[in-house]
Design a protein around this ligand. Sequence first.
Ligand code: PMP
Length: 368
Amino acid sequence: MSFEIDDLPVRDELRGKSPYGAPQLDVPVRLNTNENPYPLPEPLVERIAERVREAARGLNRYPDRDAVELRTRLAEYLTKTGGHRVGVENVWAANGSNEVIQQLLQTFGGPGRTAIGFEPSYSMHALISRGTGTGWISGPRDEDFTIDVGAAEKAIAEHRPDVVFITTPNNPTGNAVPARTVLALYEAAQAARPSMVVVDEAYIEFSHGDSLLPLLEGRPNLVVSRTMSKAFGAAGLRLGYLAAHPAVVDAVQLVRLPYHLSAITQATALAALEHTDTLLKYVEQLKSERDRLVAELRAIGFEVTASDANFVQFGRFEDAHAAWREILERGVLVRDNGVPGRLRVTAGTPEENDAFLDAVRELKKEQS
Ligand code: PMP
């Protein structure tokens, strides 16, 4: 007799749902999860080994529960690059920005409360909302994937959400959200409830524009979330963080599991932060490859959404999933995020991007 998830007494809101699942396929060119294509440089690998060896000697003890040294270094990085002074008291860290988002929803969302995002956007905002018992509201986005301020303000006034997500640059579309839009939505959210506004800056290092960190000044209900998975090329490390008013940092500590960040994670992240300058050099390279992808995709005849991230959304396809499969058959894995007629490609190495461009050039020829 088969026995499946729905035969278990799982919570009603989980019935019939699928887990987050970007395919992890073994193909020559993987450009589907917005990872950094460059492995960490060898001197950093050595430094990680050194720091981890040292941490291993203390593994009989629990790690620093408040990750003070790591938060101090992250605050220094943000102050240096974000145009705004951030101290250790403004920063909190967790296992990936997904965990940061989960802690924020456990703190400010939960049963009887709601969160809104402007879709298409990062699908985990909705999934983590569901996992924390927070009701999800799908807010509107324009045909060209920008956020229409009037329509978004209206949705906030109507639904009075407890948490508002704004992803900039947005995933999967790639476009950045102007500061004036974030400010207008912050005001609308405060007038409606007041609620927390979470600006997800996972890809900000790849943007043509600046971080929205300076907006934190005088706005205690604003949170900026970041990650080391993209620009730092350390998706496998699982290190995300946020910057906000110190009261927010105090609040998320009410829900975090004790010792959530292992001593090994803290040691590895500290080693990576010692090599920030080298790691950020790859960002410049990836930005120019991203711009090349945009230009070449347009030259081939695709419709391309302007990108401030390390990925590009392109189309249109009559059947995006069929196109995804045909590109895969040519050895290149891109992403079908379910946006009608569009696919998303992550900027890889120049060779990987050439392989991708060859594949879609062929596809285009066959279709015309
Ligand atoms: N936010 C956005 C917008 C993302 O695209 C991602 C990863 N795809 C994350 C957050 C989560 O990243 P991580 O948990 O690796 O920090």
